[in-house]
Design a protein around this ligand. Structure first.
Ligand SMILES: Cc1cc2nc3c(=O)[nH]c(=O)nc-3n(C[C@H](O)[C@H](O)[C@H](O)COP(=O)(O)OP(=O)(O)OC[C@H]3O[C@@H](n4cnc5c(N)ncnc54)[C@H](O)[C@@H]3O)c2cc1C
Length: 441
């Protein structure tokens, strides 16, 4: 049923669709797409709205998948699980846990839908691990012609590649089948390094931990390195509480962000004070409870995927730029790594990747921090995360994706009338079937 205003998690993007539909079966999704087609209305699928940009907004039909949830089946022999598109990653992991199974690698957020995450190139960290798309065995997709089809690696390779990161522009994913692995525990350890030492040997560091990441507060010269590796040891008693250190840290950042409105220069001092209140400590627990942590405070984030070998250089170039601004975000810059993949619109396409993520409080008007950083990351060959804030357009993006035309061919074939487009997809992908634009860098 139509409701009024749809909003993103961050609250910074909203829209009033002509119809806001909440299907609970694949038949209802097929029907919704067919009716929209007959009425000439555009359709945008939506997950939990954890993207920071205008990917979802539409004046047509907003197809909200958040009630189409649950595990369809677990095939232990094949090592795979099939879930409905609106299932939260956290719910999927909890269900797998009950079967003694797990996903091999996920990002930090448990609350997003599997289809939303897949559609924007979601990733965790670990040099042996490609983005989430690399764990997908097949999907079901409802296309503009009102058909549901199963797409897997045995199908047309361009279609199989395109469908695994498509920004909701090829149709509506109804189910996703993931490869899974036997349940495992992860142990987290922390250490401090100098910024110079860390950035000098970033490529070597990237291979040292199965799921390593690093946090750097740009006004400081230290980096906190998190090593996360499989362990046979027991879970730490009360490990559940340790993961709340991340959540408490974010609450602190939210409060400091508010206080920082009085003057950006106050942020480093306040952040140091809050950080000392709940220092993170090592622990071991079920993999999905180490990968993810609750993220209660709403913020804005921008992330770029860079060639791994220039990620250290990019961080070094970022430091003077951020310091010159004289206004700081209380959130640390997050560095993660990942394997490359062969998905045409994957920011990790074709190269081992270093991911650099910047977060700012949404109220503090610190958007200039993101703008300044985006400039530096783009100059180092960065490709923006499709679900996060960025200012790139089709003119700057096309040249960064060697298989851009392959994706556009699939899109023009499946959605020739642009039923699944909106203003934002026009900005970042161009209108359907438009020829690849002249390259502007
Ligand atoms: C607190 C927070 C933490 C995050 N952590 C990470 C992280 O660790 N790693 C990372 O890579 N990203 C991270 N992100 C980004 C996040 O993974 C993406 O923005 C993701 O798309 C959010 O999923 P969603 O369900 O909210 O999708 P939405 O934001 O609702 O939608 C995203 C896109 O998916 C499309 N879509 C949704 N459902 C379907 C469907 N059924 N069929 C086809 N298309 C569909 C939509 O049209 C839209 O284009 C984080 C974001 C937040 C807010």
């Amino acid at each position: 049923m139509p409701r009024s205003t749809w909003r993103t998690w961050s609250g910074t993007v909203h829209c009033t669709p002509a119809q806001w539909l909440v299907p609970t079966s694949e038949d209802e999704i097929i029907e919704a797409v067919a009716v929209a087609g007959r009425n000439g209305l555009p359709v945008r699928p939506a997950g939990t709205g954890h993207s920071f940009n205008r990917l979802v907004p539409t004046g047509g039909v907003l197809l909200d998948l958040t009630a189409y949830t649950g595990v369809v089946g677990v095939d232990r022999a094949a090592g795979e699980v099939t879930v409905r598109a609106g299932t939260r990653i956290g719910a999927l992991c909890a269900a797998l846990d009950r079967h003694g199974l797990a996903l091999a690698n996920i990002g930090t957020l448990a609350y997003q839908t599997v289809a939303g995450a897949l559609s924007t190139g979601n990733h965790g960290t670990g040099l042996a691990h490609p983005p989430l798309s690399g764990q997908v065995r097949r999907v079901r997709l409802v296309t503009a012609d009102g058909r549901a089809r199963t797409v897997g690696p045995g199908d047309d390779p361009d279609l199989w590649g395109a469908v695994r990161t498509a920004l909701g522009t090829l149709g509506v994913l109804t189910t996703v089948t993931f490869a899974c692995v036997p349940q495992f525990r992860l142990g987290l350890r922390l250490r401090d390094e100098s910024f110079d030492g860390f950035t000098d040997r970033l490529s070597a560091w990237a291979g040292e931990s199965a799921h390593g990441s690093a946090n750097w507060l740009p006004w400081g010269d230290r980096v906190t390195v998190r090593s996360v590796d499989p362990t046979d040891g027991p879970a730490t008693p009360r490990a559940g509480w340790r993961r709340y250190a991340g959540a408490l840290d974010e609450v602190g950042c939210g409060l400091v962000g508010q206080a920082g409105r009085l003057g950006g220069g106050a942020v480093p001092r306040l952040a140091a004070g809050f950080g000392a209140l709940w220092p993170a400590s090592p622990y071991a627990d079920a993999s999905h409870r180490v990968f993810t942590f609750p993220q209660p405070v709403r913020f804005l984030a921008m992330e770029h995927a860079l060639p791994l070998e220039v990620t250290g250089d990019a961080l070094r170039a970022l430091r003077p730029v951020l310091r010159r601004l004289g206004t700081y975000s209380p959130y640390s810059v997050l560095v993660r790594v990942g394997a490359g993949d062969d998905v045409p619109l994957s920011p990790a396409y074709g190269r081992p990747t270093g991911y650099v993520n910047l977060t700012v409080p949404r109220q503090a008007g610190q958007i200039e921090i993101l703008r300044a950083a985006e400039h530096v990351l783009r100059a180092h060959g960065g490709r923006p995360h499709w679900g996060k804030a960025h200012t790139a357009t089709v003119e700057t993006l096309a040249a960064r994706y060697p298989r851009w035309r392959d994706f556009q061919r699939v899109r023009a074939h499946l959605d020739p009338a642009g039923m699944f487009a909106n203003e934002y997809t026009d900005r970042v992908l161009g209108p359907v079937a438009a020829p690849a634009p002249a390259v502007t860098g």
